[in-house]
Design a protein around this ligand. Structure first.
Ligand code: AMP
Length: 371
């Protein structure tokens, strides 16, 4: 086991397995391009080692160059990518093999395809040493694949965790048990997620992120985000995904040294849960467990109306708005149960009882994860 920054990683793919995969790719490309001189274009930084070893195995004449894209900013769908090192002029009319270390969701690949589509190359193909086929969302087929891997966070052989680990000659995977713990608290409005999160965050030294609280903070301070969210929240509707996902990511990024997070009120839609998984996995993190606090609607309505009298929350004061929030929950959030069950991460806890009793029930689940 090795430690990079605050996280532990265990051996995953050996140097020998990598060598075999690279030889296989080199032979496949050589068969396709034996009659011409292709140019291999490595995508920095991650692909530097793969490019070097691939070219040593390549049996014919070839050229080599590199491109570098900045990381994504903002939202997935509208992410802006800057080219830090551009496609060389010399590629005109040539056959290009784009060399990537790893392809997961395909966001970077989409940008590369876009970049190369605007050049006058004869054609271009993609070669990736590692490929996470289960999370790949792109349409472009990967032409040469070394090793298909599950959706795990890996380092080594060019790949990094916060810039460390690139010089390892084999590949390691994140050892979650020695790393952080991330929980999703799940349940209808009024189920007690916020109350319980405030106890659990102290007990387990976690950062509590309540998307509802962040929205309310922004509304109180009349920020642009607050103004945007207000109309949805006051009606008891969900705020649009792209706004909420971006906000959540910013909150996680603000706490990069955290031991883990309690997500309260997020995710609330399938798009949010997928975005959370992708976002966390890009940081070597994952959701360890989703814990649902179960209570029936009539109990919850009583609780919320009581809370509304004390807090002044507009969305807690009117039964019709509360019922609309339940409706939003039933339609958009309830299906997430199956999403987390399929990952074996769903736990259910009885949300009726004293605050202490419920904290104990939740702690039992969390302690079970830590064993
Ligand atoms: P809460 O305090 O969690 O009950 O959230 C209050 C309101 O904030 C909700 O009714 C939504 O309008 C909005 N909101 C909070 N979290 C989310 C989310 N994950 N997605 C969309 N809207 C949200």
């Amino acid at each position: 086991m090795i430690k990079l920054h605050d996280k532990y990683f265990k051996p995953f793919i050996s140097e020998e397995e990598i060598k075999v995969a690279i030889r296989k790719i080199a032979i496949e490309i050589a068969a396709d391009y034996k009659d011409e001189v292709p140019i291999f274009v490595g995508v920095l930084n991650g692909a530097f080692m793969f490019v070097a070893d691939l070219l040593k195995e390549y049996p014919h004449l070839c050229e080599v160059s590199f491109v570098k894209l900045s990381s994504y900013r903002g939202l997935t769908s509208t992410g802006i990518v800057e080219t830090l090192l551009d496609v060389p002029d010399s590629i005109e009319g040539k056959s290009v093999i784009i060399v990537e270390d790893i392809i997961d969701t395909g966001r970077t690949l989409q940008e590369l395809v876009h970049l190369f589509s605007e050049t006058n190359v004869k054609e271009f193909k993609i070669a990736s040493l590692f490929y996470k086929s289960s999370v790949y969302k792109g349409e472009y087929p990967i032409d040469y694949v070394g090793i298909e891997i599950p959706n795990k966070f890996i380092v080594g052989y060019g790949l990094d965790y916060k810039e460390l680990g690139r010089n390892l000659s084999s590949v390691y995977q994140l050892n979650q048990q020695h790393s952080m713990i991330n929980l999703v608290l799940f349940g209808k409005p009024g189920a007690g997620k916020g109350t319980q999160a405030s106890f659990l965050k102290d007990k387990y030294n976690l950062i509590h992120i309540s998307t509802g609280d962040v929205f309310r903070y922004n509304m109180k301070n009349d920020t642009d985000l607050g103004k945007l969210a207000k109309s949805y929240i006051d009606r008891g509707d969900l705020v649009p995904d792209e706004v909420t996902i971006k906000m959540l990511q910013d909150e996680v990024d603000k706490n990069s040294e955290a031991n883990g997070f309690i997500f309260d009120g997020f995710p609330r839609t399938t798009a949010q849960s997928e975005a959370l998984d992708n976002f966390l996995s890009s940081k070597g993190m994952l959701v360890n467990a989703t814990i649902a606090l179960e209570a029936n609607d009539e109990v919850l309505i009583k609780r919320l109306l009581e809370r509304g009298k004390m807090s002044g929350r507009v969305d807690d004061q009117d039964e019709e708005k509360i019922r609309n929030r339940f409706e939003e929950y039933n339609q958009k959030t309830a299906p997430l149960r199956a999403y987390y069950e399929a990952q074996g991460k769903f736990h259910s806890v009885d949300g009726i009882g004293s605050i202490d009793e419920i904290t104990t029930r939740l702690s039992d689940v969390i302690d079970g994860l830590l064993d």
